[in-house]
Ligand binder design. Structure first.
Ligand SMILES: [Zn+2]
Length: 73
């Protein structure tokens, strides 16, 4: 199922494609709610937006153990 020997750029591109697909499918309808999840603030769309933002920021230096990045601010 997984393709072997993908470069980092290929993995990043596939993640971006998947995130864009999620954003397209979970785009708010006329009532402002996600047509899939039926909620106003779709967690899937938010996660996809966060992933695209992380991809745009590019690779980061390794983090110290116990530290983490807050994406939902
Ligand atoms: Zn949704």
């Amino acid at each position: 199922m997984t393709a072997p020997l993908l470069s980092l750029a290929q993995i990043r591109n596939r993640l971006a494609l998947a995130a864009r697909t999620v954003l397209r499918r979970h785009a708010p309808g006329r009532d402002g709610r996600c047509p899939v999840c039926r909620v106003p603030c779709c967690p899937a769309a938010r996660t996809a937006e966060d992933l695209l933002a992380a991809i745009r920021r590019g690779p980061t230096a390794p983090r110290a153990a116990g530290s983490f990045e807050v994406l939902n601010d």
